[in-house]
Write a protein that binds this ligand. Structure first.
Ligand SMILES: CC(=O)N[C@H]1[C@@H](OP(=O)(O)OP(=O)(O)OC[C@H]2O[C@@H](n3ccc(=O)[nH]c3=O)[C@H](O)[C@@H]2O)O[C@H](CO)[C@@H](O)[C@@H]1O[C@H](C)C(=O)N[C@@H](C)C(=O)N[C@@H](CCC(=O)O)C(=O)O
Ligand code: ATP
Length: 444
C-alpha cells in the first residue's frame, strides 16, 4: 500500500442556517466528505466565535480517523493551526485512539506519525457565554442510564444527547422523558465501500472521541458548560501489548484520554467548557449493582453493540452471542434477581455450554481479553467467583465448568479481594468536588 502519501484534512465548514457541518479529506487521489446535521440554533452568532471555529477544526481532525485508516499513511497535513497541546491531542487520537486498528492490522505507527500544521500562537480562545447546563451523551446501555439516575437523584438538570440515535438510544431517551438533542452523522459511503475492498485497511475507530467532539460543538451552539460522560474506571485497562504499547479497544473511554480531551476543550473555550466522566470512580460490576436499584429501563436498554451498526439492526435487543452480552450478563448476575435478568436477556447465557470459550476469555482463563467494550479480566473472574457461591447460579453449566480452573488460576483469597476492590469506589476521577460528594452520598 502507498503509505508514502499524505492524508490531508481540509478546512471544515458550518452553516448555522441549516445546521450542516461538512468535513472533507484527501488521501492520494481519493476525496471524502462527512456531514453532520446539527439542530438549528437561534443565536447564530455563536457559530462565529473563535472558540466554535477552533472546536470545528479539532472535530475535523478527530472525524478524520475513519478516512485516514483506509491506508494509514505516516503523514497527516492540514492548513488548520494547532497549539503544541492540540498537536499532542491529535497525535494521541491518531496513535492510541487507533491502537486496536494498528494491532489487528499489524501496522507499526506508534511514535512515527508526522503532523504538518501551522502553529497556533493565540493561547486561549475567547470564552463564549455558556450557561450552567449539562449535556449527557446517551449510549442506550447501562452506563449512561446509571448517570441518568445519579443526576436525577442529586437534582441536576441535564439534556440527553446522541449522535445517530437508534434502537435502545431512542427507547431509553423516551423513558428518560426529557427533550433530547440529536445530531445526524453521515459518513462518506465511498469510505465504507473501500473499507471492504482489497488494498485498503479497515478496523476500529475511537467512537467516544468522535461523539465527544460532536457534543462539544452542540455545547457551544446551544450554551452548555459541561459534557458529562459515563465512562467507567474499567475502561482504562487495555487489551494487548503491540508495537511497544498497551492497546485498548476502549481507549477514548480511558481516564488518560478523558484528561487530554478535557484540557483540549477547556483551552479551546477559555476554560468555559468542562468534560468529565461521572462513572469514573466505579468498576463495571459496581455500575451493574447501581443499575439493579431500579427497573424502569429494563425493557428498553441494551449494551449489545449490534444495535448500533450504521446499516441498522433488526435482531433482538440483546444478541446473546457477543462478548459484550456475555460480560454484561455476568456482571448483572451477582446483583439482580435471576428471574429479572432472564427476562431482560430472554435466556440464561450462563447455562449455554457453547458460550464457555467466550466466558473463559472474559475471565482470563483462555485467549486474550476480547476487542470489545468489556470490563477488567479480574473483575469478570471476581463476578464468577461470587456466582460459584450463589444459590441461584452455582449449578449453571458455565459456572460449574470453569469453577476448578478459576480457583486454580487465581486462588480464593485473590478473588475475594478482587470483588471487594470492584465494589470500592476509586478517588481517581475528575468530577467537580461538590457533585462528587452529592453522588457519593446517594450511591451507597
Ligand atoms: C456498531 C459497532 O460496534 N461497530 C463496530 C464494528 O463495525 P461494523 O462493520 O460491524 O458496523 P458499523 O459500525 O456499521 O461500521 C461499518 C463500517 O464503517 C466503519 N466506521 C464506522 C463508524 C465510524 O465512526 N467510522 C468508520 O470508519 C467501520 O470501520 C466499518 O468498516 O466493527 C468495527 C471494526 O472493529 C468497529 O470500528 C465498529 O465500531 C464503531 C465505530 C462503534 O461505534 N463502536 C462503538 C459501539 C464502540 O466500540 N464503542 C467502544 C468505545 C470505543 C472508544 O474508544 O471510544 C465502547 O463502547 O467501549
Ligand atoms: N450514539 C452516541 N451518541 C452520543 N454518545 C454516545 C453514543 N454512544 C455512546 N455514547 C457515549 O459514550 C459512552 C460509552 O458508550 P458505551 O456503549 O460504553 O456506554 P453505554 O451505552 O452507556 O453503556 P454500555 O457500556 O452498557 O453499553 C456512553 O456512556 C455515552 O456517554
Amino acid at each position: 500500500m502507498p503509505v508514502t502519501e499524505t492524508f490531508h484534512i481540509d478546512r471544515p465548514s458550518f452553516d448555522p442556517e441549516s445546521g450542516e457541518a461538512r468535513f472533507s479529506y484527501r488521501l492520494g487521489d481519493l476525496t471524502f466528505t462527512e456531514i453532520l446535521g446539527l439542530p438549528t440554533v437561534a443565536e447564530r452568532e455563536r457559530a462565529a466565535t473563535p472558540a466554535f471555529r477552533k472546536l470545528l477544526d479539532l472535530t475535523a481532525f478527530v472525524l478524520g480517523v475513519s478516512y485516514f485508516k483506509l491506508r494509514a499513511p505516516f503523514d497527516i497535513a492540514a492548513g488548520l493551526p494547532l497549539s503544541e497541546a492540540e498537536r499532542a491531542f491529535v497525535i494521541d487520537v491518531y496513535e492510541n485512539g487507533l491502537g486496536e486498528f494498528y494491532a489487528r492490522n499489524d501496522l507499526a505507527r506508534f511514535g512515527r506519525l508526522r503532523l504538518s500544521v501551522p502553529d497556533d500562537s493565540v493561547p486561549r480562545k475567547e470564552a463564549p457565554g455558556l450557561a450552567e447546563r449539562t449535556l449527557l451523551p446517551i449510549g442506550g446501555g447501562k452506563d449512561s442510564l446509571v448517570s441518568v439516575e445519579l443526576l436525577s437523584h442529586v437534582g441536576m438538570d441535564f439534556t440527553p444527547f446522541a449522535v445517530n440515535p437508534k434502537g435502545p438510544i431512542l427507547t431509553s431517551v423516551e423513558a428518560i422523558g426529557r427533550e433530547p438533542l440529536y445530531v445526524t452523522r453521515s459518513l462518506d459511503a465511498e469510505m465504507i465501500r473501500l473499507g471492504k475492498e482489497p488494498g485498503y485497511y479497515n478496523g476500529h475507530v475511537p467512537s467516544t472521541a468522535i461523539n465527544s467532539m460532536i457534543a462539544s460543538l452542540c455545547a457551544l451552539l446551544f450554551g452548555y458548560d459541561q459534557i458529562v460522560l459515563s465512562n467507567e474506571r474499567s475502561a482504562s485497562e487495555g487489551n494487548v501489548e503491540f508495537d511497544g504499547r498497551e492497546t485498548n479497544h476502549q481507549y477514548s473511554k480511558s481516564l488518560g484520554f478523558e484528561l487530554l480531551i478535557a484540557d483540549t476543550l477547556a483551552n479551546a473555550t477559555g476554560g468555559a467548557l468542562k468534560y468529565f466522566s461521572l462513572l469514573r470512580p466505579y468498576s463495571e460490576a459496581r455500575i451493574a449493582s447501581l443499575f439493579a436499584h431500579g427497573d424502569r429501563f429494563d425493557a428498553v436498554f441494551s449494551s449489545c453493540n449490534r444495535n448500533f451498526r450504521l446499516s441498522g439492526h433488526d435482531g433482538p435487543l440483546w444478541c446473546g452471542e457477543c462478548p459484550k452480552c456475555h460480560f454484561v450478563f455476568l456482571i448483572f448476575a451477582p446483583f439482580m434477581a435471576k428471574e429479572r435478568l432472564l427476562r431482560i436477556f430472554g435466556k440464561n447465557l450462563l447455562d449455554i455450554p457453547a458460550n464457555e470459550r467466550s466466558f473463559r476469555e472474559l475471565a482470563g482463563l483462555a485467549g486474550q481479553k476480547p476487542w470489545e467494550c468489556v470490563g477488567e479480566i479480574l473483575e469478570a473472574a471476581a463476578c464468577f467467583y461470587t456466582l460459584t457461591r450463589h444459590a441461584d447460579w452455582h449449578e449453571d453449566a458455565i459456572v460449574r465448568s470453569i469453577k476448578a480452573d478459576l480457583f486454580a488460576q487465581y486462588g480464593e483469597e485473590k478473588l475475594q479481594l478482587a470483588m471487594a476492590e470492584c465494589l470500592t469506589d476509586s478517588r481517581d476521577h475528575h468530577i467537580p468536588p461538590a457533585l462528587a460528594a452529592k453522588v457519593a452520598a446517594y450511591a451507597v
